[in-house]
Design a protein around this ligand. Structure first.
Ligand code: NAD
Ligand code: MG
Length: 394
């Protein structure tokens, strides 16, 4: 076994963060936590610090630094308290850290994800929004620094596992097939979706996840973002990335090869499998996830996605075709729309509408530097918020 991996968990208090720490805690001889971070949940962060005793704890909201520092003192911990976006970047690039788990939700995770890639860390990438927003820059940074990116998103982790370990990994690949559960509203018509509440949208049939990705799964924008994510991670054009609905979420994705072989990765729907695979790669360790009993399952079902009821999927494909800053625009508009939906300011069907209007309105430009991407993100949020205000005043 190689040397102990020293790990920063950014977004430690979230769903992915908790699953990662569950796996890490099973293997103290292999894994050591150097950094834990949270947005505003000081109490949850302190509880994790007591358990994992990291070198530093980062609270993203600077106003909470004193509370964090006092809590660490009271607990008698030597963990250094830090706050704000710069501290997240410092943690992602720290010399005592070789592995960064990017598990912050939304574009808020982009700067630290990019910094980890630039610094040549092993990057366990869950924060798909940063790939959708800045995929070209991220892949370029990793290529220059030699950073190894291991996808945590279950579909991309499955594809990673189905591709050869070395050489030209895409040689002979015909298509990537991303599976989708179809979300809680699979089989419904548009009229059924008019009165959907946030609670209904967040009740995913197979996965327990944060609220933003749960709503994304219900609109199928999650799959749309994942198509863009797959394009950047694996370098295939949109027409060679397909989406297949598979309600049981057992087959996590497939690779279709030129010789007619299709390789798939299967497992129970539990993110600890992808996290354990990525944490121990190229070795395998126990994750806490039980064995799959296929005889008991009996059958696996597949169907095409319903693109008319769930237009967000095609909006994402459209953004990928447009290229440039279109991914950043779609991602930001989606973040605004989902947040408004969760706060009761926008109806469920309004999410796709708001994204489509924003993509129509905000000009797409080249995306070859971070300033252009941040400007597109900003312009998209402003345009989406403006349209939201008009809707609310009507
Ligand atoms: P979550 O909401 O449960 O957790 C998000 C984490 O990010 C928390 O620790 C929170 O404190 C932190 N955070 C939130 N806003 C922040 C900000 N502005 N600045 C700094 N930190 C902030 O989300 P999650 O479900 O764990 O998802 C995390 C990421 O992983 C998302 O990009 C999601 O799409 C992706 N992902 C999640 C799953 C899953 O099963 N949950 C699966 C695949 C991919
Ligand atoms: Mg996924």
């Amino acid at each position: 076994m190689s040397a102990k991996r020293r790990i920063a968990v950014l977004g430690a208090t979230g769903s992915i963060g908790s699953s990662a720490l569950d796996v890490i805690a099973r293997h103290p001889e292999r894994f050591q936590v150097t950094t834990l971070s949270a947005h505003r949940g000081v109490d949850a962060l302190l509880a994790l610090c007591q358990k994992f005793q990291p070198q530093r704890a980062v609270i993203a909201d600077c106003a909470l630094l004193d509370t964090l520092a006092a809590g660490l003192r009271t607990a008698g911990l030597t963990t250094e308290p830090l706050a704000g976006p710069d501290a997240l970047i410092a943690a992602a690039t720290a010399s005592d850290t070789d592995t960064v788990i990017a598990a912050i939700v939304g574009a808020a995770g982009m700067a630290s994800t990019l910094a980890a890639a630039q610094a040549g860390k092993r990057l366990l990438l869950a924060n798909k929004e940063s790939v959708v927003l800045a995929g070209a820059l991220l892949m370029d940074a990793a290529a220059r620094s030699g950073a190894q990116i291991i996808p945590i998103d279950s579909e991309h982790n499955a594809i990673f596992q189905c591709l050869p370990v070395a050489g030209d990994r895409l040689k002979g690949v015909r298509r990537l097939v991303l599976t989708a559960s179809g979300g809680p509203f699979r089989g419904k018509q548009r009229v059924d979706l008019e009165t959907i509440t946030p609670e209904q949208a967040c009740a995913h049939p197979n996965w327990v996840m944060g609220r933003k990705i749960s709503v994304d799964s219900a609109t199928l924008m999650n799959k749309g973002l994942e198509v863009i994510e797959a394009h950047w991670l694996f370098g295939l054009p949109p027409e060679r990335i397909e989406v297949l609905v598979h309600p049981q979420s057992i087959v996590h994705s497939l690779v279709d090869y030129a010789d007619g072989s299709m390789l798939a990765q299967l497992g129970l729907p539990d993110m600890r499998t992808a996290l354990a695979q990525a944490l121990a790669w190229p070795e395998r360790v126990e994750s806490g996830v039980g064995a799959l009993d296929l005889a008991r399952l009996g059958h696996l079902d597949f169907e095409p996605p319903d693109r008319l009821t769930f237009p967000c999927l095609d909006l994402a494909y459209h953004a990928l075709q447009l290229g440039g800053t279109a991914g950043a625009i779609v991602n930001a508009a989606n973040e605004v729309a989902v947040s408004a939906f969760l706060q009761g300011q926008l109806c469920f069907l309004g999410i796709a509408e708001l994204i489509a209007r924003t993509l129509d309105k905000v000009p797409v430009t080249a995306a070859n530097n971070i300033d252009a991407l941040l400007a597109a993100d900003h312009a998209s949020r402003a345009a989406a918020t403006h349209h939201l205000n008009i809707l609310e005043s009507n």
